[in-house]
Unconditional design. Sequence first.
Length: 476
Amino acid sequence: MIKVTNTLSGQKEALVPLEPGEIKMYVCGPTVYDDIHIGNARSAVNFDVIRKYLAFSGFQVRYVMNITDIDDKIIKKAIEEKTDYAQVAQTYTAAYRAVMEKLGVQAPSLQPKATDSIPQMIALIEGLVAQNHAYAVPSTDLGKDVLYDSATFPAYGKLSGKNLEQIQEGARVDKDERKKHPTDFVLWKASKPGEPQWDSPWGKGRPGWHIECSAMVRQHLGDSIDIHGGGIDLIFPHHENEIAQCEAFTGKPYVKYWLHNGFIEIAGQKMSKSLGNIWKAKDALEQFKPAVLRYFFLTAHYRSGLNYDRPILEAAGRGWEEFNQTFRRIEEALARPDEPIIGNLLELRLALDEVEGKFKEAMDDDFNTPKAMAALFDLARMARQVMSQPGASHPGAKSLLAEAGNRLAELGGVLGIVSQERAGIPAQVEQWARERLELKAQKKYKEADEIRGRVAAAGFIIEDIPGGQYRVLPKK
């Protein structure tokens, strides 16, 4: 049974979905005002692995990750670049997806943009106002702001473990006389002249950040979901506010399991703009192979901190190369006309019989990727060792080596640490397959079928598998 560390309870709990065999999972996506940094990339890879392992374990996974394409930072960047906010969002959404593709992150089942869900946000805010959980206050000549009344939700602070008095004391630093309580937060923001704006019952304006995710979760997954993920920096106030909004509105539990990944440090220091040590993912990908960067992210438990430093990355590169060298060695042995001469077949047989159990035991324990990779490395090391030992030609050697290679490829594929060369799938074909998945999520089935035909013409087939995933295989 899979166990996860739930931020809400602070405990490790058995993963029991709301609906048997199904997982509804939402992860906060990027605010597209700039290129993402390696901390964002790590989070995306961590939750990609969690999603893939859940599907590997037999769950049907509906995985939604949003794109925040309207925000103060986006508007500021548009002013700086003397362009439209939509152009800024489009540019950096494309840049984000390019990084995800390089890192082997599978496209979500659905990736909605905030601006596509404005009506749902307005409806949610209207409901909160009607239930006296929110109130409108004067703002600009174009409209009013709408604020959430935090005192009407007694459980406010339950995710972060903060009590309302502590939160209010901290909030008084940024005092707003219009607020009933220091912890009240913006649901709808009146637009200033020249800013992006939508019509609402409160005049021209745009949504606050926190309401976006709440509305998109409800729109695409329902009132209650199994898993909500993101970085630990989002616990407060963003995820705390999501809970307050949704649970006050619906009266139902919003999320059963909250999962949060740890920070990345740069040479032992927290990554921050004030220290000037922000590493953009695109810059890291110019210095290291995407597969090595992905491998590096998985060398630490997703909830732990991770130190990003060149010597550490170089060591990760050597580890990744060593693992994938196993496949080349096996393929060379299988290409021989006769049975290869290898050492103790019994040792390899035993390692093969144990690897999947060890891998699952590690991943079932709150997605422990370092321990899971260690299980794969043990088998890979054993395979290389028996191929290097003096021995005799064995009739079953090729069969056993092929089985070892296939098992390593299957389990390593769940983590995404198997080289593209091993997979033998051209990058263009992989891109088409990802595009098809997105089209299917948008119910554009005709366009999806056209891509399937394009892939077939290139000599490959796309095989859909449970959990909203797929695999690309050469035609037989």
